[in-house]
Design a protein around this ligand. Structure first.
Ligand SMILES: [Zn+2]
Length: 333
């Protein structure tokens, strides 16, 4: 796993979260593509480190954390997130999803289950194994449904002595107001553009500037685009293809990604139509001349599809229709 030595922009937020005066209930938000998970995990390690203000990486606690077997750390994440991160919990006792077997047959859960939350609350009230308090990490915290979040309220209000809760979420608005009001918030900002570009270039990424535009300045997200086969050249050609009604490159992507790309093309086309500069693509890559009213309609349609992205079977047709709409917008302009 990457740590703040690999991701130098995390050092400052790590110190800020680690030394936060009200660290018993914190929300870490933003920075999903800038190392939010890596940061949260390091903060938990630092809180438990026996040679603070760590993490030192060498004490027994640090070793236990790295081995996912620290008795005073509990990470609550949905099964789907565990699979995506390759996370396994060596001390698994509360969130084994009922152990009904046949896990590979059903779709991995995207929820943090109420049973796991209840077990974690009980666990927080047992005594600390290594005497440095306990840490409960929720990733992502908006994977709790209303019932689970409500079950947590009392613990957020009056945590068991020495227990700290860290709730990670992209957008804090996705948490219940009652949860938000009981926590202090810290936002992870993307690194400044020059630092992000230098880091990506050191990682051997060509066209870092273009990929950073594509990913809102978030370097890990920029790197993930490459892993999906979207290099800077392919990225730069997408707007012209869309304007010409060519949906082939987009139809090969997962639907949420394709819709997101179309929203970025639409955003930049609208910005240019209003006399502004593009944000997600390089100047000159988004064709001029799209018709403004048509762009507004297209934007609404994209937002509608983005809200219902769970139908992979008709994804290529959906993308084709969205691109056809774009072509009409450009040819009408
Ligand atoms: Zn340590």
């Amino acid at each position: 796993m990457l740590d703040e030595r690999d991701l130098p922009w995390l050092a400052e937020p790590l110190a800020q979260l680690r030394d936060h005066p009200r660290s018993h209930a914190l929300i870490l938000h933003g920075g999903a593509g800038s190392g939010q998970w890596e940061l949260a995990w390091r903060v938990a390690q630092a809180w438990l480190c026996e040679n603070g203000p760590g993490p030192c990486g060498e004490c027994p606690s640090c070793h236990l954390t790295v081995a996912h077997s620290h008795p005073d750390l509990k990470v609550l994440m949905p099964e789907a997130t565990q699979l995506a991160l390759g996370w396994s919990d060596a001390g698994d006792d509360g969130d084994s999803e009922g152990g009904e077997g046949g896990k590979s047959k059903r779709k991995p859960s995207r929820e943090i289950k109420i049973d796991a939350v209840r077990a974690a609350i009980d666990w927080a009230h047992t005594s600390s194994g290594r005497g440095r308090g306990k840490v409960l990490l929720f990733y992502p915290a908006d994977a709790m449904n209303v019932t689970s979040a409500n079950a947590l309220l009392k613990t957020l209000e009056e945590p068991a002595a020495g227990t700290r809760l860290l709730l990670c979420v992209d957008d804090p608005e996705r948490l219940l107001p009652t949860v938000r009001s009981r926590c202090q918030r810290v936002r992870l900002e993307p690194p400044d553009l020059a630092a992000a570009e230098a880091w990506l270039t050191r990682q051997g990424v060509a066209g870092a500037a273009a990929l950073l535009r594509a990913s809102g300045g978030e370097p890990l997200a920029a790197k993930a685009l490459l892993d999906e086969g979207l290099d800077a050249t392919v990225w730069g050609q997408l707007p012209a293809q869309v304007a010409q009604g060519d949906s082939r490159a987009l139809a090969a992507m997962p639907l949420p990604r394709a819709v997101r790309v179309l929203q970025q093309v639409c955003h930049d086309a609208m910005a240019q139509a209003a006399g502004g500069a593009p944000r997600f693509f390089m100047p000159g890559q988004v064709p001029l001349g799209a018709e403004i009213a048509g762009l507004a309609d297209w934007s609404r349609e994209l937002a509608r599809v983005a809200r219902h992205d769970e139908h992979p079977w008709n994804a290529p047709l959906r993308v084709e229709a969205l691109v056809a709409q774009a072509q009409r917008v450009w040819s009408a302009g």
